[in-house]
Design a protein around this ligand. Structure first.
Ligand code: SF4
Length: 349
């Protein structure tokens, strides 16, 4: 455990998408839980980011934020060891976003890879909005606000951190606070992203309807596993299979013990086990991980006010840091909120 005074600061967020699935867990949440005693962690629920694609109907955003928080707490994020907050409760993020938008060349945003990709892939929504183009800039404001040393990201998010570094550099070129740069340039902290297929073998995603949710009760997990696709070459029970090309094999690699994995590997390749038996073992491994999470979640489900209070306390801590940063930003831009007597040159005019 790193002593608190020596910890580097980490900032990361998740959109308000509602209940989380195993893909969210292994792709981010599990890493966050492990960072709490090594870094000074700020984790935020990005409800404004949810609006960049779902602006038409905002009726679920707040409840979705709570569901995300419940899953964070269930997974082991601890309010005594990290700060969890909600983006829209720290309005300084919007102010910094606006100020950064003044210095950000349009081309920098248009070339962010996810901009074009998502515009093409998300159908049925008009994404030709300023909010959608500007969401990587809002993300930069989120990161810069806390002067984070590191941003834990997967490979596909690295361009966003790069953009943040460029914007921080540009801001520091234009403005300084008491002779010093206001913003450090944050580093990407590449986190492991094990391949986690959904029940149909494609990447696990709510939009594919192939998820195993952190809140799925045991019978649902077992049922989902039963219908999960396997190595397509293993048609009959007597055909040998290959766990390296089987989505169930991928689940075992992430969640099962070494002993179980060894049994799967030998049994599958020799046709010594059937897929039903193998899926049962995978379900056992998942249930072992999900059960304690669901027990922790229940405490907050039974008393949602507890969870809300955690979010509010975290947002207050975040606002204190954000307020300090914005004081520096405004002063650096010669726009502080304090009274300043007119200079003699101005007074003479
Ligand atoms: S035995 Fe297991 S790893 Fe092998 S094909 Fe069947 S489900 Fe996949």
């Amino acid at each position: 455990m790193t002593p608190p005074s020596q910890r580097k600061r980490v900032l990361s967020g998740m959109r308000s998408t509602g209940k989380l699935h195993l893909g969210n867990y292994v792709g981010a949440l599990q890493n966050w839980v492990g960072m709490q005693d090594t870094y000074e962690c700020f984790f935020f629920i990005a409800d404004w980011h949810a609006l960049t694609t779902d602006y038409g109907d905002t009726s679920h955003v707040k409840q979705n934020s709570i569901e995300v928080l419940l899953d964070w707490l269930a997974a082991g994020l601890d309010p005594d060891r990290c700060t969890m907050f909600i983006q829209s409760h720290v309005p300084q993020h919007a102010e910094l976003h606006l100020l950064l938008s003044m210095i950000t060349p349009l081309g920098w945003l248009e070339r962010v890879p996810t901009y074009k990709e998502q515009q093409e892939n998300i159908s049925g929504k008009d994404l030709s909005t300023y909010g959608f183009l500007g969401y990587p800039l809002l993300m930069s404001a989120d990161i810069m606000m806390y002067k984070g040393d590191f941003v834990p990201v997967g490979e596909d998010q690295v361009p966003h951190v790069e953009l943040t570094r460029e914007i921080a550099r540009r801001f520091n070129q234009f403005y300084e606070f008491r002779g010093k740069a206001v913003f450090p340039e944050p580093q990407s902290l590449l986190t492991p992203e094990p391949k986690l297929p959904g029940t149909d073998g494609r990447k696990m995603s709510k939009s594919y309807g192939n998820t195993i949710m952190l809140t799925d009760p045991e019978p649902v997990v077992r049922q989902k596993l039963k219908t999960m696709v396997t190595d397509p070459a293993r048609v009959r029970r007597t055909d040998p299979g290959n766990p390296d090309v089987c989505p169930v094999g991928d689940l075992h690699k992430i969640f099962s013990s070494r002993e179980t994995m060894a049994k799967v590997d030998a049994g599958c390749r020799s046709a010594g086990i059937g897929c039903i038996e193998c899926k049962g073992w995978a379900a056992d491994s998942l249930v072992q991980i999900l059960n304690p999470m669901q027990q922790r979640r229940k405490k907050y489900e039974d008393n949602p006010r507890l969870a809300w209070d955690i979010l509010e306390a975290g947002s207050e801590r975040a606002r204190a840091v954000a307020s300090g940063t914005m004081n520096e930003v405004r002063a650096a831009m010669k726009m502080s909120l304090e009274y300043e007597a007119p200079s003699s040159a101005q007074g003479a005019k």
